[in-house]
Ligand binder design. Structure first.
Ligand code: FAQ
Length: 311
């Protein structure tokens, strides 16, 4: 029976068919998906904080409305992803507790502070830009609910990326001080954006299994290279300089060569010791606590409604 289920599962993976919530799946596949998807959901939600920080200080009503909509979209992405993860048999409470207890990670990038308005441009351009490269690839992931969530999320991220780039175009066409502000943001966000793709393939503990089961479709290094190749030209258009003296076109490879990432910094940030790790978790814990009454009211309402329906 068990070997038949496994053969069926492997056949579906080989044939590019989606695995659905009620299908049999190896426990390690389920656990790996819960790990990646819940961390993805946490990233979307924690990712609201650096931008939320600028809603009250956006330079115009229009920019404020756009930013507000974008941050709300991120909350929505978190919700799709939590719901998709729940189909694997884990509860939202368990996932949030794992985040609060620092057992579950979230994208390292959100532990950097957003210091200027230009950072909101850089987050949209680079952080959403990197997220899209990764998520386009995940549209083809083998788990159905995850793949379908990615389709909608990618469309919205695409709007986010453009709004960020648009902020930077405006700053780069502005005063010399504004252009300097844009360059300063690029200087600070470039390397952390490259870290979003994770460690080198040779160091990536989860990749082998994830690639075999088609949870991941392209490797960390391949996606990072794709992001760099498409972003260099965008920086040139803005007239900004990417802070990497080793960055140059390699005719033979047909890709840009680039310098080494500071992996010590990466490790430090993912182990909880970045600029903002403590603040981000503290803020989430506080907001979660303040939302207690909303959850209690919703539960009470649902109970009342179900009693009425029975009557
Ligand atoms: N940050 O073995 P691998 C967004 C961890 S969405 C923190 O290579 P894997 C939207 C990794 O978890 C951004 N931790 O891991 C937005 C593992 O630890 P574990 C989020 C990282 O899973 C924009 C360990 O290192 N996107 O930004 C990072 O095969 C603007 C070893 O690594 C996703 O989550 C990192 N950068 O590959 C929102 C996409 N990299 O779990 C607001 C889905 C690695 O064993 C504003 N996720 N680690 O304890 C993925 O594609 C993969 O999980 C990777 C990592 C590629 C991130």
């Amino acid at each position: 029976q068990a070997s038949e289920s496994l053969a069926n599962f492997e056949h579906k993976i080989a044939e590019e068919q989606k695995i659905e919530p009620k299908d049999w799946m190896p426990e390690a596949y389920r656990a790996n998906l819960i790990r990646q998807m819940s961390q993805h959901a946490h990233s979307e939600v924690i990712g609201m904080q650096p931008e939320g920080n600028w809603i009250t200080r956006a330079p115009s009503l229009l920019r404020k409305m756009i930013l507000l909509a974008k941050v709300q979209d991120e909350a929505g992405h978190g919700l799709y992803l939590y719901s998709a993860t729940e189909t694997l048999g884990v509860s939202r409470e368990e996932m949030v507790s794992a985040l609060h207890e620092k057992k579950a990670k979230y994208a390292s990038i959100f532990n950097y502070p957003s210091l200027s308005w230009a950072d909101i441009g850089a987050i949209g351009w680079l952080v959403d830009g990197a997220a899209i490269v990764n998520q386009i690839s995940l549209q083809l992931t083998s788990y159905g609910p995850y793949a379908r969530a990615m389709v909608k999320i990618c469309k919205e991220e695409s709007f986010h990326q453009r709004q960020g780039y648009n902020i930077l175009i405006q700053l780069c066409e502005g005063t010399p001080e504004q252009k300097l502000m844009a360059q300063d943001s690029l200087n600070r966000w470039w390397w952390p954006s490259l870290m979003m793709f994770g460690p080198h393939d040779s160091e990536s503990a989860n990749s082998q299994k994830s690639m075999k089961w088609k949870i991941k479709r392209q490797s960390n290094d391949d996606l990072r290279q794709k992001f760099i190749d498409q972003t260099v030209e965008q920086a040139e258009f803005l007239g900004l300089t990417i802070p990497d003296p080793d960055l140059r076109w390699n005719e033979e490879r047909g890709h840009y060569d680039f310098g080494e990432i500071d992996w010590n910094e990466f490790k430090k940030v993912i182990s909880g010791d970045g600029h903002c790790n403590r603040d981000r978790i503290k803020h989430h814990q506080q907001a979660h606590k303040e939302g207690d009454w909303v959850r209690a009211a919703m539960t009470a309402y649902a109970t009342k409604k179900s009693i009425k329906n029975v009557a």
